[in-house]
Design a protein around this ligand. Structure first.
Ligand code: PEP
Ligand code: MN
Length: 337
């Protein structure tokens, strides 16, 4: 941590700062810049003591010099994290995850799973519990949805990615799920994140709609600190001043996350654009930008979908995108998984 004194700070104000740092049990080291004095603080954890120091006269700013997370940090792991999931792996390639927004019926789920299996896609994503913005929108089939997911998994052997909305439901959902999704609205549900630290399954953690990278990595830290090392970050679009139909898909976050963390990062161009017509361009761009996977909404009949039909690809559209991704992955030397 670094204490930056204001340009007109007096020597006694600097002394008061070093005294406070000593009294907190840390070590100060005073340095003189061109126009101001700085005090390096060592021996503390993160921003410990920052609030007290900010209150002292002559202190302009107290800055972090190390990341606020430990287990999610790049240095905490030798190279990028990669782990097996349901007959495929996350990390070290670009893993495709696709399926309808919601489980609607056994027929549509089986049809989608069969189609994905034919294309070699190993992970089917469909929600039994849906976190909708409006309480009047379709909330998912719940328990019945889980039952259908289990049935289709047994029939096709496809891996299941599905959302868990609260801590209490984790045990039930992980009976069926190979990956537990945490939605954007729950990124900072710390009770849920702590519970997922004890889960048996990897966690797909969507970025909060207005979350900074560090807030997102700290949310991942909750799961890691709880003892579950398998976290997949998912960029799904954020709120900005730009008048996009739904969200601004922040592809620029991929290299930033890779610089700060060892965790794999996948991209959801479906929620990230909100329109089916925009999904292929952003899917290809995400692969080119180094995403470790893509999460794409696909529905046998998007016009009649019960949720997110506007952004769901038809089977034909997905097949076309799949072909394009395959050529692009070949050109980039990336394994499409
Ligand atoms: C979803 O994946 O269908 C979903 C609700 O996503 P998000 O949490 O990103 O809105
Ligand atoms: Mn959706």
């Amino acid at each position: 941590m670094l204490v930056v004194m204001s340009a007109d700070a007096t020597p006694s104000q600097v002394s008061a700062v070093t005294d406070k740092i000593h009294s907190l049990g840390f070590t100060p080291q005073v340095g003189q810049g061109g126009t101001r004095t700085v005090v390096v603080v060592s021996g503390n954890h993160g921003l410990e003591g920052r609030e007290a120091l900010l209150r002292l006269p002559g202190v302009e700013e107290v800055l972090r010099t190390t990341p606020p997370y430990k287990l999610a940090a790049r240095d905490a792991h030798s190279g990028p994290s990669t782990f097996p999931v349901a007959g495929t792996r996350i990390g070290g390639g670009c893993t495709l995850i696709a399926g309808p927004c919601s489980v609607e019926s056994e027929r549509m789920l089986l049809e989608t799973a069969t189609f994905m299996t034919r294309l070699g896609v190993k992970l089917l994503r469909a929600g039994a519990y849906k976190p909708r913005t409006s309480p009047y929108s379709f909330q998912g089939l719940g328990e019945e949805g889980l039952r259908l997911l289990a049935k289709v998994k047994e029939q096709t052997n496809i891996g299941i990615v599905t959302e868990v909305l609260d801590a209490e439901a984790v045990a039930r959902v992980e009976e069926v799920a190979d990956v537990l999704q945490v939605g954007t609205r729950n990124m900072q549900n710390t009770t849920l994140l702590r519970r997922l630290g004890a889960a048996r399954r990897p966690v797909l953690l969507k970025r909060g709609m207005a979350a900074t990278v560090d807030e997102w990595l700290l949310a991942a830290e909750y799961v890691l600190a709880g003892g579950n090392p398998r976290v997949i970050l998912c960029e799904r679009g954020i709120r900005t001043a730009v008048d996009h139909p739904y969200a601004t898909l922040d592809l620029g976050v991929i290299p930033i996350v890779k610089q700060r963390s060892h965790l794999p990062i996948i991209v959801d161009p479906s929620h990230g654009t909100g329109r089916a017509a925009f999904v292929p361009a952003m899917g290809r761009a995400a692969l080119a930008a180094g995403a470790d996977g893509l999460l794409i909404e696909v529905h046998p009949d998007p016009v009649n979908a019960r949720s997110d039909g506007q952004q769901s690809l038809t089977f034909d559209e997905f097949e076309q995108l799949h072909r394009a991704l395959r050529s692009l992955a070949d050109a980039l030397g990336v394994a499409l998984l």
